[in-house]
Design a protein. Sequence first.
Length: 200
Amino acid sequence: MTPDTAAILSRLRASLPAATVAHRRNPGPAGQDSLLVAPADLVAVCRCLRDTPDLDFDLLTNVTGVDWPEPVTADAVAVPLEATPAAAAGFLEVVYHLYSTARRVGPVVLRVRTGDRQAQVFVPSVVAVYRSAEFQEREIFDLFGVIFSGHPDLRRILMWDDFQDHPLRKDYVAPDDYQYEPTPHDAVLAKAQQHYPAKP
């Protein structure tokens, strides 16, 4: 069953009056509205959604990252329904999908945005609320560069430890040669050959 996002927002505001949460409309065919949550309020909002008996969103199925170099594009995908200040610069976003297994309702979609794409890339970890976030937050840290404060084991999960950069950022440029490509082939080989010493 599809959740009533407006009703859930009302419950959150009643339970957490100091929290910053805003309703965002999805204009696409899916029509999955979302709740934009301030990073400082994320853990409290997740606990409220999980622990309030008639909400009971006990399952976090998916956590993903999005890179928004142009903030206006993000507001076209998740349209503000209330007057909220537009972001001045690009940012990274973390998107959570929550379900209630007991009530068969979901997903409730939560969005959290970083301050920017360079220095203010911190979002609180929700592993203490939803254990299923542990590896997914590591993947977002690895591929997008979001730092999850309070994560119990935040380290790369797909790329090697000394790999530089984050491959799912929109400004990422793939190297010509890969450290761990024992037998480069096709396009990788063509790019890598310009770095090999010339044959005598």
